[in-house]
Design a protein around this ligand. Structure first.
Ligand SMILES: [Ca+2]
Ligand SMILES: [Ca+2]
Length: 619
């Protein structure tokens, strides 16, 4: 390099700095979070996170009755945090934010909306509901988004084109099945490029699954936009379907802008260059003898070494995340939240989070993901009681993974059916077993149909167990037609008929295969049975009457359930059965009369009977 070149390089650098940092640089606002709010609100003040440039020594002003205070600006002058009081008497309207420094001013709109009416919104789910889980990219395409380089249905880790409109287009189908609530996998805006940080076989992927947020206030453009999301929630509500949002407080996606410039040094637990890795060793979390050190990796470590871990011990992060949860509920009217990876964030965070949700939306509730087969562990995270650490998480429900494992083993792998009642025997550990969300499968595990001993009969039997035992049953999209699929991502195949030109359409009864229709009709009847017979609802009392290796007889109030998981017919005899005439509601056994408390019946191989005592059933 000779002198002329050095000189030229110096000049261009000087010019670049002049362009980026003029002598008296005006403040710039690039993003305001939350972007708007509502009134009246019980959450005041809210904490604004404003991103921009040249914010050093800035002041912030806003028209009364809103008022800004408690300003904090990061060293780089790229973030300003401020409290914003939203008094009870605030009228809806535009409240422009003005940021001023000695070098000038910048303004950004800030809207206060009229708070949504709670009529038919913020409902929570309860023991009467039946949940249906949809991975929005994989259910149905309503054509909201034109194909791009990230969309390729031949690639299992690319976007496939499903969207909110596709779900709206199939609400009839969901109603015909009878479900009452939809859990939708995350709709946060995820990275708009190929994810080169998480690769499989050297190949980059897309974050079609939604678990890698790059904007907690954005809607993934492959699924639609915010207006379409509001339309979806409203249309679902009009049909009596509740909406459960999938939220992720533990981490962001690897491409979030905070990884390059965080609002505070303590925003994440660590940095992309220096952080712990989550070791998934969770048991110390419920151990009264555990040291803080023994829990550090699982609480602060980055998920699969890739996903930046949010630091909820920083009060500003805590408020940011709580407000973000409130914002989605308050701006869309949705009904409940499914929270990802509950054990990996501090328990006192969940306490504060659920308290804030209850304060603003008393009807809403939460189901937390605690992916563990031990009810001693899963129950530890259910709220309703203070545990040894003095914390009541306030989390109303957790997924019943222990029951899931027992059901899969018994019906999917011909292991003893006894494992199911034995798992339920641990219900004393839960504060509210009737609110546990029960399931045969979901997006993180292989499909039931791929179990070694799975058959149409065993899947139907598993569904019978799901819909006759306590809890809030959930169906993973496609399990109601017996969809196949191995581990992630094969378990996330497109629902047949969801895309224009699909060769097979399982949404339409007339075009389902006989096998699909047999399973669908069985599930539909079980849902109908549960809805019309309060004895089968999640909170109805249960009494075991008879349990052997492969047979089980139990009573749900006035309803008698018999199961045979053996490969041959068996003679079942049970005593202490309430006398009366019982109507066979599933078929296959016939009506029976019980006298002197004695039941004797022959159950065909891999079958169940649901019998309702005359004069007590149906509403
Ligand atoms: Ca995106
Ligand atoms: Ca964490």
């Amino acid at each position: 390099m000779h002198n002329g070149e050095v000189h030229a390089a110096k000049v261009s650098l000087v010019m670049l700095f002049a362009a980026l940092f003029p002598a008296a640089a005006q403040p710039v606002i690039t993003k305001v979070e939350p972007p708007d709010w509502w009134a009246p609100t019980k959450t005041s003040p809210i904490r604004l996170l404003i991103r921009g440039a040249n914010l050093k020594q800035a002041t912030i002003a806003v028209r009364p009755p809103l008022a800004a205070s408690n300003v904090m600006i990061n060293d780089g002058g790229t973030y300003l945090l401020a409290d914003l009081a939203v008094p009870e008497n605030t009228q809806p309207g535009d409240y422009q934010l003005t940021i001023a420094t000695g070098s000038g001013r910048a303004q950004a709109p800030f809207k206060i909306h009229k708070a949504l009416s709670s009529q038919g919104r913020f409902q929570g789910f309860n023991a009467h509901d039946i949940i249906y889980l949809i991975m929005p990219d994989r259910f149905a395409s309503g054509g909201a988004h034109s194909k791009d380089s990230l969309t390729d249905r031949a690639k299992p880790r690319y976007y496939h084109g499903g969207d909110f409109q596709g779900i709206i287009d199939h609400l009839d189908y969901l109603q015909s099945l009878g479900v009452t609530a939809l859990w939708i996998n995350p709709w946060y805006d995820n990275y708009n490029g190929l994810n080169e940080r998480e690769t499989y076989g050297g190949q980059p992927i897309t974050d079609y699954h939604g678990y890698g947020a790059v904007d907690f206030y954005g809607v993934e453009e492959h699924f639609g936009n915010f207006a379409k999301l509001q339309q979806f929630v409203d249309q679902a509500h009009r049909r009596g379907l509740k909406i459960i949002q999938d939220q992720v407080a533990n981490h962001t996606g690897p491409y979030h802008s905070w990884t390059r410039d965080a609002p505070k040094p303590t925003w994440y637990n660590g940095t992309p260059a220096a952080h712990l890795v989550n070791d998934f060793i969770t048991w110390p979390l419920m151990d009264p003898y555990a040291s803080a050190e023994s829990k550090r990796k699982v609480l602060d470590g980055w998920f699969i070494d890739i996903l930046p871990d949010m630091n909820q011990n920083d009060p500003d992060v805590r408020r940011y995340e709580i407000q973000n949860s409130l914002w989605w509920v308050g701006r869309t009217g949705l009904d409940a939240i499914r929270q990802d990876t509950l054990p990996y964030a501090p328990r006192d965070y969940w306490r504060d989070w659920t308290a804030a949700l209850k304060r603003e939306f008393p009807g809403i509730n939460v189901v937390g993901e605690v992916f563990d087969g031990d009810p001693a562990f899963t129950s530890f995270f259910q709220g309703g009681a203070k545990r040894f650490d003095g914390v009541d998480s306030g989390v109303q429900s957790v997924f019943d993974f222990p029951l899931y494992f027992a059901i899969r083993k018994a019906f999917g792998n011909s292991e003893p059916l006894r494992g199911v009642p034995q798992t339920l025997a641990h219900d004393r550990l839960y504060t509210h077993p009737e609110l546990l969300v029960t399931f045969l499968g979901l997006h993180d595990v292989s499909r039931f149909a791929n179990e070694p001993k799975a058959s149409v009969d065993s899947l139907k039997l598993a569904f019978t167990a799901l819909f006759t035992t306590r809890g809030v049953p959930m169906i993973y999209y496609g399990d109601e037609i017996g969809m196949h699929g191995g581990g992630d991502p094969d378990n996330r195949r497109d629902f047949p008929g969801g895309w224009p030109g699909d060769a097979h359409n399982a949404f339409q009864r007339t075009s389902r295969t006989p096998e699909e229709e047999e399973i669908f009709e069985h599930v539909r009847r079980l849902i109908e049975l549960r809805k019309t017979n309060p004895a089968l609802l999640g909170d109805s009392p249960t009494r075991n009457l008879y349990s052997t290796e492969q047979q089980w007889v139990f009573l749900r109030a006035s309803t008698l359930v018999l199961m045979n998981n053996d490969s041959k017919p068996v003679n079942i005899e049970a005593n202490s059965v309430p006398n009366g005439d019982y109507i066979d509601r599933l078929g296959g056994l016939g009506n029976i009369s019980i006298r002197n408390g004695h039941l004797a019946a022959v159950l065909p191989a891999r079958s169940a009977a649901v019998l309702i005592r005359k004069g007590t059933a149906s509403k």
